[in-house]
Design a protein around this ligand. Structure first.
Ligand SMILES: [Zn+2]
Ligand SMILES: [Zn+2]
Length: 726
């Protein structure tokens, strides 16, 4: 080219034709800038341009995306009266389209008097490529109306537009039209059709088009693989991938990304690891797109260690990579890691989106990290993401699970869109916090708003009825679940109903209900019965339930303890000893209880009887001090609940070192005296600790909220929100 350039300037008088030849040369080898420079020189030398010169320069502008020069050429064309020229019109359409201005391209197109199929196709392709799929479809309709028969290019672009529109019927009618015009064997059309069918979840139709192709290339294989993810029970992606390898094709980045996605949805980690090995062999593991998809695959398959390794190797960790890491950890019991990851992301200057925020909030809910959750709330407001349905639903859940039901309610009230999950969060939240009436009201409000309840809604409603002792309402709701809403009750629903009847002491009804149940009673049913028997001191039925449980789940300590508590309450000490012996002979050990409390943004974990906390001496001193005050107001430790064969003094000490007491003492020492103390406890709070918490709330004048496995207890001024009914 350089040589051609110097030669042309040596020519005595440059003709239009030689200028054009030079310009064409530049445009063809893709050096748009050079073509433009030449154009400027031509303008300076007051050359006349013909439409071919202008068209060539427009090609250069299109290639280099130089809109300003392109617009200058456009105005020259108008001045010279070429505006209505079909040939130049097409070049203008092309230039505007390549510069990303679809509607300017359309304006230029509308100037063309009788656009031919090339012009129409260029315009349709432009609309499709710039995401105006609807307009592409409308142009096609106009084109057919104008009597211009479509070609393979217009069809390929239209099918791609139909793919983006996610409008399968339209895609299918296009397919029929393509066959009518005989373009079904065109490579570009077939590839577009395969992608369209795969993305619209019609893998069979996609495979048919693929098989009908005379020749396959990597792009067509990739098109076929592109829609194989999202099927939980199909190994389609796997099969296509192996077939492709067998036929000797070398997968590229796009192939691997699609295959990894199908591994994620299939949760087939074995296959995923094989693909990972192939990626390393092909030296593509350094590619960030592949890396992020690998990370996602490992996180979705719950292989978080592997996800971490891949994540740490990424060169550019974008928002998606961080979000995968944060939500992956939050959803797999690694909430602390998720929160840490979130703050690292911020340090690296990456701004969270709604998915990152809601993912991290999920982690906060899990470990009840209220302070972190509040910071995220503030961040969401500042970033204008508070109105997002994912973020606000996650906030409702976070506040409800952290024991702040009023804050949950405040966020819920301003939710613009409430889906069934948000309603559930609120109904179950109220129910767990002992606000049964509000739970029922929320449920009725939901029905009023026209939302269809689901099975989880009813769990919230039934447990609310149970907490409030509403037997008739509970029965009514249980019946409506089947008869009005056509849902099938699960064993959890039956357990709720048994809980309602059992708590109300209607044991004859409980027996009838179990008889009539359409499901075989499982451990959950008998646990519920046993719990109710303990409340009402029903020895006979309690023994029966416990025996079933010793068969079904001999390793669960709490069942032995519950039964021995029932005997102890009746003074049947021989039976207490018998059950204790049974428990030890079965090798059942009591799982140590565990509590945690968040102080100044840091979570402190306490295990029952564990003295490893660095501040344990201060904690013991505080408990000692509290113990004296408690005795003064009439507290007597219920040592009969301690099953160990130890002295009375040791039993008292044992109770005193239950994890929630260690946590409450620590919180009393280390937190502001006005703040509510929020403790989270596994599994359930024992009767003795429940009494102690009531006393502590009274003598220290502090509000204490304890969340155990089943519900929240709000202790205030010596009483609990559960009214000792849990
Ligand atoms: Zn306890
Ligand atoms: Zn309580």
């Amino acid at each position: 080219m350089e040589l051609a350039d110097s030669v042309s300037f040596c020519m005595p008088k440059q003709s239009d034709i030689s200028w054009n030849a030079l310009l064409n040369g530049y445009a063809q080898v893709g050096v748009g800038k050079e073509a433009l420079k030449l154009f400027c020189r031509m303008r300076e030398s007051e050359m006349k341009f013909n439409k071919f010169t202008l068209s060539t320069i427009l090609k250069g502008c299109a290639a280099s995306g130089n809109l300003r020069e392109g617009q200058a050429v456009h105005s020259v064309a108008i001045k010279m009266g070429y505006e209505l020229d079909e040939f130049l019109g097409c070049s203008l359409v092309d230039m505007y389209s390549k510069c990303g201005l679809a509607y300017d391209a359309l304006k230029a197109f509308q100037q063309i008097k009788d656009p031919d199929v090339v012009a129409w196709s260029a315009m349709i392709t432009c609309m499709d490529q710039q995401g105006h799929s609807q307009e592409a479809a409308e142009l096609f309709w106009l084109m057919r109306h104008a009597g211009v028969p479509p070609n393979q290019f217009s069809f390929a672009s239209l099918v791609s537009a139909a793919t983006d529109l996610e409008y399968l019927e339209y895609g299918e009618s296009l397919h029929a039209c393509i066959c009518k015009y005989g373009f079904e064997t065109e490579m570009s059309v077939s590839k577009a059709l395969i992608t369209m069918y795969m993305k619209n979840r019609c893998p069979q139709s996609g495979a048919l088009v693929f098989e009908a192709m005379t020749d396959h290339d990597l792009v067509s294989w990739n098109a076929l693989l592109s829609g194989c993810h999202g099927y939980e029970s199909s190994d389609l992606g796997q099969r296509i991938f192996y077939q492709m390898l067998e036929e000797g094709f070398m997968p590229n980045i796009y192939t691997y990304i699609s295959v990894l996605r199908s591994c994620s949805s299939l949760s087939d980690i074995g296959f995923g690891r094989q693909v990972h090995a192939l990626i390393i062999k092909a030296s593509l593991d350094g590619n960030d797109f592949v890396g992020i998809t690998l990370e996602d695959m490992y996180a979705k398959s719950k292989c978080l260690e592997d996800a971490d390794v891949v994540f740490n190797r990424l060169i550019n960790r974008d928002l998606f990579a961080w979000t995968v890491s944060i939500t992956g950890n939050a959803q797999n019991d690694r909430a602390e890691k998720a929160i840490k990851c979130f703050s690292l992301m911020q340090q690296e200057g990456v701004k969270p989106n709604e998915f990152t925020l809601s993912g991290c909030l999920g982690g906060c809910s899990h470990i009840a990290a209220l302070e972190t959750g509040q910071q995220l709330h503030y961040m969401a407001i500042k970033a204008g993401q508070f109105g997002d349905v994912f973020v606000s639903s996650a906030l409702v859940d976070m506040y409800a699970k952290c024991g702040c039901i009023e804050d949950a309610d405040a966020v819920f009230e301003v939710l613009v869109f409430r889906d069934v999950v948000a309603w559930n969060t609120m109904i179950c939240g109220y129910s767990h916090h002992g606000h049964g009436q509000k739970a029922l009201k929320t449920f009725w409000k939901m029905l009023d708003k026209g939302s269809m309840p689901d099975a989880i809604n009813f769990l919230g409603v039934l447990s609310a009825c149970s907490h409030m002792g509403l037997v008739e309402e509970g029965k009514k709701q249980f019946d409506s679940l089947r008869k009005v809403f056509g849902l099938t009750p699960t064993v959890e629903h039956y357990a709720c109903m048994i809980d309602i009847l059992g708590r109300a002491g209607k044991f004859d009804k409980v027996e009838d209900f179990i008889e009539e149940m359409k499901l075989t009673p499982n451990a959950l049913i008998w646990e519920t019965v046993l719990g109710a028997c303990k409340i009402h001191g029903n020895v006979e039925f309690g023994e029966k339930a416990a025996e079933k449980l010793f068969e079904l789940k001999p390793e669960i300590d709490s069942n032995y303890i519950l039964l021995s508590n029932i005997f102890a309450a009746k003074g049947r000490w021989d039976d207490v000893r018998r059950i204790r012996m049974l428990m030890f002979s079965q090798g059942v050990k009591k799982e140590p209880g565990c509590s945690w409390v968040e102080i100044h943004g840091q979570v402190h974990i306490f295990v029952s009887q564990d003295a490893s906390h660095p501040k344990i001496k201060d904690i013991y001193l505080k408990l000692e001090e509290l113990g004296q005050k408690l005795t003064a107001v009439g507290y007597i430790p219920k040592t009969e609940h301690v099953l160990h064969a130890v002295s009375e003094r040791e039993k008292k000490e044992h109770l005193n070192h239950h994890s929630e007491r260690l946590a409450v003492a620590f919180a009393l020492i280390n937190s502001n005296s006005l703040r509510t103390i929020r403790i989270f406890k596994n599994p359930r709070i024992c009767k003795d600790c429940h009494d102690v918490m009531k006393f502590i709330s009274e003598i220290t004048n502090r509000e204490i909220v304890i969340r155990d496995l089943n519900r929240f207890h709000h202790f205030k001024d010596g009483t609990c929100s559960c009214q000792d009914y849990w």
